[in-house]
Design a binder for this molecule. Structure first.
Ligand SMILES: [Zn+2]
Length: 376
């Protein structure tokens, strides 16, 4: 017996793809900024995978991946062979998408990917993180949507963009636990999440270490919240530059999603090979770092590109003045003190003092399984 997935007023129909909307922010001028909802409901029972895109309105690849996965009118999606259901939200931020800006204009520059509900301690369901100000209109929508995710989702993948020319990759979030008993459950969740990320197949990069993760409110990102509050496997995929669709990254994500469905038992068959995306070969786990930073304002010439391996001591960029004359010691060279690889060059050529010039992935020995910050 297959139970149909229900998201807001949208109800899955076995063997069909249905289209609807989730009530969004009410507009002062009337109407609402509803979130588009697509449910592909299989004929057989099985897990429910959520795929969400474009919470940052200037990041269009999530939308592109969902459209590509479905094909026009859903012709390319094997809904008849599906066990379970796939819930797709092509944009979590319609206002940002319309205006091609990261935030919805009614959230005045705040990051929408820091607006999902903060994790609570399991069992007691008490707050594990400081309370913020009263919820904004956007946060209220996400709170209701989160309830729907928590009620239905077995897995969630949130699709994003990084910088122009960056390699496509997946972010691995930390998982927090409360006490020793919960540590075991958290580890189980982490293993399951790692399996799902491996099935997706893109290079895996750990998120910031704990203190920075919480300081940057990443526990309230879509994947951070679903992983830590709903405690379902969830990750963020970064698919090349924003305001642009990197076709190879898009197609890799489409294949990755189908491979996740195979891993989850939602589709049968062997995994498909990914298109030839850059895959930096390092034999150690890595985390993200925005590094190095410009020691003073100037013009940057990058000496490495996305996907390049780097070793401690390598020159990765040169800083000059507007005349092209080297600035600072070492003939203007900026060197890395880490081993790893280049995720992408930060966009542009002019940098102010202390702005990062590269996005690197560097060796990381942390295991991303951590006690709640106030449980230490
Ligand atoms: Zn993003």
């Amino acid at each position: 017996m297959n139970e149909s997935v229900v998201v807001g007023d949208v109800r899955g129909v076995p063997g069909q793809i249905v289209y609807g909307a989730f009530p969004g922010v009410a507009l002062p001028t009337g109407g609402r900024d509803d979130l588009p909802v697509i449910i592909a409901q299989g004929k057989r029972a099985g897990p429910v995978l959520w795929v969400t895109g474009s919470i940052h309105g200037n990041e269009h690849s999530g939308l592109a991946v969902i459209h590509r996965l479905l094909g026009p009118g859903g012709v390319d999606f094997p809904v008849n062979e599906l066990s379970g259901a796939v819930v797709m939200i092509p944009t979590l931020n319609p206002a940002g998408l319309r205006t091609e800006s990261r935030s919805p204009y009614y959230s005045r520059g705040a990051d929408p990917n820091r607006m999902f509900p903060a994790p609570e301690r399991p069992h007691t369901r008490t707050n594990a993180f400081p309370e913020g100000p009263p919820a904004s209109a956007m946060e209220s929508v996400y709170e209701r949507l989160f309830a729907s995710i928590e009620a239905t989702a077995d897995y969630l993948i949130d699709l994003h963009n990084a910088v122009i020319g960056s390699i496509p990759f997946a972010f691995r979030d930390p998982i927090y636990y409360a006490g020793e008993r919960d540590r075991v459950a958290a580890r189980r969740l982490q293993i399951r999440n790692d399996e799902m990320m491996a099935a997706f197949g893109l290079p895996i990069i750990n998120e910031f270490p704990s203190v920075e993760y919480i300081k940057k409110n990443l526990h309230r990102s879509v994947s951070g919240s679903v992983l830590n509050r709903a405690r379902r496997p969830a990750f963020t995929a970064e698919l090349g530059g924003y305001l642009h669709v990197d076709l190879l990254a898009r197609d890799a994500a489409v294949v990755g999603l189908r491979n996740v469905m195979r891993w989850a038992g939602m589709l049968s068959g062997e995994p498909e090979p990914l298109p030839p995306i850059p895959f930096p070969e390092v034999d150690f786990p890595v985390r993200r770092i925005m590094y190095p930073r410009a020691p003073q304002s100037g013009i940057v010439t990058h000496l490495v590109d996305a996907g390049d391996p780097v070793r401690q001591g390598d020159a990765v960029a040169r800083l000059t003045d507007i005349y092209g004359r080297p600035l600072g010691p070492d003939n203007g060279l900026l060197r890395t003190e880490y081993d790893g690889f280049v995720v992408g060059r930060m966009q542009g050529k002019v940098y102010y003092e202390n702005e990062p010039v590269l996005w690197l992935a560097v060796r990381d020995d942390g295991d991303l399984l951590l006690p709640y910050p106030d449980d230490r």
